[in-house]
Write a protein that binds this ligand. Structure first.
Ligand code: MG
Length: 255
């Protein structure tokens, strides 16, 4: 069921999105060689709690999962696509790329955001992967207009990415968000124009392209959470929570 948010809920989601963006950018500033992925998670939890909010992913148990997610922040390094579990043993090094995905619960309502950051100086190919993935997200946002469809968003992202030859992850997708962290509809990062659910004002959705330098295929680690590329090549992930309005898309996860 697709939930249309009330004006009161939208105000709370705007504030939550602003807080989430502020926090995620602070965490990004901590990314450096020698920092562990657990350090970033600990910092995320601290910043969220200081604001009086709750981390949405901590102890969240997706359908079919054997154990709840044990952290606030998903930290996915290099060939890890999404849902990497932070560890004090996983130390970032120069040249890595690190995807940071964070959900925030503010006054009972959820927003969701991700970005991928370079660790120190990275290769030109890694820098390009980050740039194109962020631009692919924007290509999706641009088309998130009332009257368009979920398929239009997927088509826009897919057409933007195709000339670059990257693999678009198909088994994971964007989603509705707000009253829970994952709501209807699913929003794949590929699709056909004019198909699928129609976008209407008051819908709140998370768009999140995941692009692989090589194959689109991914595998799931034994931990039940970490997705990684099947060919070991790097992957990048960017995400915003968006409100559909009569005047075009509004990015809620912005400072
Ligand atoms: Mg998400």
């Amino acid at each position: 069921m697709i939930v249309i948010k009330t004006p009161e809920e939208i105000e709370i989601l705007r504030e939550g999105g602003k807080r989430l963006a502020t926090i995620l950018h602070k965490i990004k500033e901590k990314v450096a060689p020698g920092v562990s992925t657990k350090d970033l998670d600990t910092y995320a939890t601290k910043l969220i709690r200081e604001m009086g909010d709750e981390p949405a992913f901590l102890n969240y148990r997706p359908e079919g999962a054997k154990m709840p997610f044990p952290a606030s922040l998903c930290v996915s390094v290099n060939d890890e696509v999404v849902h990497g579990i932070p560890s004090p043993k996983r130390i970032l090094k120069e040249g890595d790329i690190v995807a940071l995905d964070l959900g925030l619960k503010h006054k009972g309502l959820f927003t969701d955001m991700a970005l991928t950051a370079p660790v120190g100086a990275v290769s030109a190919s890694a820098a390009k992967l980050l740039k194109i993935t962020e631009q692919a997200l924007q290509a999706g946002i641009n088309i998130a207009v009332a009257g368009n469809t979920v398929g239009d968003i997927g088509d826009s992202i897919e057409n933007f990415v195709r000339p670059h030859g990257y693999g678009i992850v198909e088994v994971l997708s964007g989603h509705g968000v707000g009253r829970t962290i994952h709501e209807d509809p699913y929003i794949p990062n590929f699709g056909k124009k004019g198909t699928g659910v129609k976008l209407v004002p008051g819908m709140v959705i998370a768009l999140e392209p995941m692009l692989n330098a090589g194959t689109k295929n991914v595998t799931l680690d034994k931990d039940g959470y970490t997705f990684r590329t099947a060919d070991g090549k790097p992957s990048a992930h960017f995400e915003h929570t968006i409100l559909i309005t009569n005047d075009g898309p509004e990015i809620l996860t912005k400072i």
